[in-house]
Design a protein around this ligand. Sequence first.
Ligand code: PLP
Length: 439
Amino acid sequence: MSGKVNKAMTLKRFVHNATAAAAAAMNRPRPTCKPSTLNSFWGKVTLAPRDPIISINQLYKQDPNPKKINFSIGTYRTEENESFIFSSVQKAEEKVFSETRILEKEYSPMEGFHPFNKLAYELLFGNDHYEQSNITVQTLAGTGALDLGATFLGKFYLGRKEAFISQPSWINHYLIFTNYGFNTKAFRYYDNKRKQFDTNGFFEDIEKLPDHSVVLFQPCGHNPASVQPTPSQWDMISRIIREKNILPFFDIAYHGLCSGQIESDVYAIRKFAQDGHHMLVSQSFSKNMSLYGDRVGSLTIMCESEDEAYRVRSQLKNLIISKYICPPFQTGRVVATVLEDQFLRHEWIEQLGGITERLQRTRWQLRRKLESVCPEHQWKHITEQCGIFWYSGLTSSQVETLINEYSIYLCEDGRVNIAGINPNNIDLFGDVIRDVINR
Ligand SMILES: Cc1ncc(COP(=O)(O)O)c(C=O)c1O
């Protein structure tokens, strides 16, 4: 028996072979739909497709293997595999909640907590860029901002109802725009072969976008590809988009978690603003403040004039009132407190820096591990990518093997949460990858 097979067998024994249950779960059909009776109002409802990330997470939960590992979910974990709490956010919460009086349980304004809106806007555009023709409203996190923005566009946008989205992208981008009557189409973004930003494919496709359409960009920490254009490429993109009068919609969900620097991560947004685009920006504080369940974010719409902004704001408020009346006031106050208090803000930015440093360190450890166990393959893309994901290039059948045979859960498209990798599992993970790619 060769050393290679021997090692693989030890490895399999080590990772426990209780994964049959997980395999069964993976292949388990969903409850079959019995046809509805003639009286049913819901007779024509077909089964919705599963959310790929949530379903992998459910499989993980059902897996009885005590050594199971979850790299599929997109939240930051500590080296001890625990959720992370920003001390700055915790202090802000204590301050806000100790000051909360009954009066503040009343409905908040539809557009949310005003100081939050200003501070959230300044975090994106800088302190000196405020203009009366820009509107920022507090939203139900990044998804709420995308949804509100797409609702607004679905109702009022005078351009083409075509939204161009990178291939690959976060699946919700497609779902949200489709919900509001947009035709969604893809532009090339990632070169699977070279494992890098697909510069040629991207620019070829961007040059061909129809005038007056909508294009969605992630300015940093792209989910899932983890690569992005350079600043000079963003400059070119801004020019092309402006010439074609295309509406850019930026979705920033990982601000500060890519470079660790507030300014670098928003380069594209500030450049586009400087170039005078009338654009939309959805902003999330779920990841960079660990406020996932609190649902806090913002939507900014840049208009041509103060008068136009006045009208746009009134319609946005109408949409908000019909969707949920107002966003949660306290979470807006918590974020505003972190951003406004110089000490808390400094502490927050330092912690963001610590997180990105750890992610980068983990990338290097994984790269070295794979270079030593799989020297016949290239691994430099691991450290070239940035943000909380590693877009591994593992195929869906390799992912299935990882799940079924090793209880290691990642997204079907090969996306790995880098934060889930720690000193306890990195060697095992590297050995398992070697095993599956050498089959
Ligand atoms: C690219 C992208 N945009 C937006 C979001 C929305 O995040 P949330 O609604 O939790 O703020 C996510 C979450 O995973 C994301 O990956």
